[in-house]
Design a protein around this ligand. Structure first.
Ligand SMILES: [Zn+2]
Ligand SMILES: [Zn+2]
Length: 557
């Protein structure tokens, strides 16, 4: 029976371009997972969108002397373009700027308010006497009270990833003018997280499928105790409050953006002309997977589940396979210092699959991993080109030339051939299990190990020599090798969709890889092959220096 899988992916702030950290952290693993499940024949809904609200946007707009709407429109378009080129296959990538999203967010707000899970209270808010305005969290900077990092923002510390409030900062000052803010009273709404503490504790304990890092961080927050959190802000850019007397305030972006997973699902259903279709991914047997970076864990394992518990009737997250961070050339990624590799920039010069390959085989699943240009070029040349690409090329070129461009008629399999075919079947099954449990790195490694094994098999069978003495044995060795390639096109498809589709066509299959399912298709002797072309291009080692020298030059923040 087919499963229903909701793939909810982090909403990028539309205030700057995407970089490798975003891709390795959330978008690539989500896409691999979506393609795997679609190939399995499961129903998948993969949604996300641009986060258009909040102070990251207004800060950027002020810096550029533009309206927030101009900034978000520019980056939303750029995101869509990047997804298409990198092959990130969203069913819907929308924005938080839609009327639908505002409606869904306001409905959740009102429901929680009516049930007593949201209450009104006065809080002292930092007010800048120089700028004459209340300062939203990100507009206050200072020293982190937990790790004493000097550049913590009033919403979160990027060093120890603790969520913060501006009042907790040591030596706070206004981001715009450096003045020490005063505290003034302002009326706001609060989410009563404390009301969910016991239910969350019981629920979290049962989530054995979570990764240890996700599970432990969540337990740590629970042990420290949850606090009620303000969900509105003194700002005029965002979703308005559905209550009178709060015209100058907006829903706080963290409260509103997580609702995007639900509003996007509803928008997707409407766009298909079946308004209630979203329910099949949010209720009953459906499983929700949330792909996010580790800095977002508590929002998805505690706060969003609390909101869903309060709202009721909707499924809680099934898994939150949050990745750790990607460092760049051994240093922590920093957008403000341009210590980042920007995706639009990469896509101008290179194909998508080599990047997808590197970030998959080196995915920061259980600890931070590093991106370096040297490693990118090495993996491309030694692994994609020399191991996998070369295998495809020599098998198909030789077969094409010597067997009339068709899959040859096989003879009896010797023990070596049987062993390789057994490994092929095992790889398909092992990868199935690994992908199902979101172990992406291990999964692609087993595909590459099959490719290596097949290269060794070919070296021993040496069809280019054997063909003169024993045409039937050669035909069998090629038949076996082509069977492996047919398996590789399937199991590598979630990771390398572009080259897998090409291989699919070289092998003489029609339609797309996905439609053929997660299984081995016995090859029919006589199946017409296409004249093969190289799947990947070798990259010049001189690019290492050229690319590395681009790092650290442009300032985006
Ligand atoms: Zn100021
Ligand atoms: Zn800190």
């Amino acid at each position: 029976m087919s499963e229903r899988i909701l793939i909810a992916v982090a909403w990028p702030y539309a205030n700057g371009p995407l970089h490798m950290g975003h891709i390795a952290g959330a978008y690539l693993p989500a896409d691999i997972f979506a393609r795997y499940h679609r190939t399995k024949g499961n129903e998948v809904l993969m949604v996300s969108g641009s986060d258009q609200h909040g102070t990251p946007i207004t800060i950027r707009a002020e810096q550029e002397g533009k309206k927030p709407g101009e900034i978000v429109a520019r980056y939303h378009q750029q995101f869509l373009d990047s997804w298409q080129k990198l092959g990130i296959s969203f069913d819907l990538f929308t924005t938080t700027g839609t009327a639908n999203h505002a409606e869904v967010a306001q409905d959740i707000f009102l429901t929680l308010l009516n049930k007593g899970y949201i209450y009104k209270s006065t809080m002292s808010q930092p007010f800048c006497p120089q700028c004459q305005r209340f300062l939203p969290d990100r507009y206050v900077v200072g020293t982190c009270p937990y790790c004493h990092s000097p550049k913590a923002r009033g919403d979160q510390c990027d060093v120890c990833s603790k969520p913060l409030s501006p009042a907790e900062l040591i030596d706070p000052c206004c981001r715009q003018c450096g003045t020490t803010p005063q505290l003034r009273d302002s009326e706001h709404f609060f989410l009563k997280l404390t009301a969910f503490e016991d239910r969350l504790s019981d629920w979290v304990k049962e989530q054995e499928q979570w990764r240890p890092n996700v599970f432990m961080l969540t337990q740590r927050y629970l042990k420290e105790g949850l606090r009620d959190r303000a969900i509105t802000r003194d700002i005029n850019w965002g979703v308005p409050l559905p209550v009178d007397g709060f015209e100058d305030k907006r829903l706080y972006v963290w409260f509103e953006a997580v609702i995007g997973y639900l509003s996007a699902s509803k928008e997707w259903a409407k766009s298909r002309g079946d308004d209630e279709k979203w329910r099949s991914f949010w209720q009953g047997e459906a499983k929700g997977y949330y792909f996010i970076g580790k800095d977002n864990i508590p929002f998805h394992t505690l706060i969003w589940p609390a909101m869903l518990m309060g709202y009721s009737d909707l499924n809680l997250p099934y898994d939150v396979p949050a990745n750790e961070f990607l460092t760049i050339e051994g240093r922590k990624l920093s957008t403000s210092q341009d210590w980042a590799v920007w995706l639009p920039d990469y896509l101008l010069r290179y194909d998508p699959d080599p990047l997808r390959y590197l970030l998959s085989i080196n995915m920061p699943e259980t600890g931070d991993t590093d991106f370096s240009w040297r490693e990118f070029i090495r993996r491309n040349n030694d692994e994609l080109v020399a191991t996998y690409g070369n295998l495809v090329n020599r098998v198909l070129t030789f077969t094409y030339r010597n067997f009339d461009g068709c899959v040859p008629q096989t003879g009896e399999f010797d023990s070596q051939s049987q062993a390789l075919l057994k490994k092929t079947e095992d790889t398909l099954n092992t990868m199935d299990g690994l992908l199902y449990r979101c172990h992406f790195r291990e999964a692609i490694r087993s595909a590459m190990s099959l490719a290596q094994e097949t290269n060794r098999y070919l070296d021993e069978k040496a069809p280019w020599k054997a063909i003169k003495e024993d045409r039937q044995a050669t035909a069998t060795a090629l038949y076996v090798s082509i069977s492996v390639l047919s398996c590789l096109r399937t199991v590598l498809y979630p990771f390398l969709p572009f080259s897998s589709q090409k291989l699919h066509e070289f092998l003489g299959f029609e339609g797309n890889v996905e439609a053929d399912g997660w299984k081995l298709h016995p090859l029919s002797p006589g199946q017409k092959l296409l004249s093969p072309q190289p799947l990947f291009a070798k990259l010049d080692k001189a690019l290492v220096e050229e690319e590395s020298s681009r790092l650290g030059h442009i300032h985006y923040d």
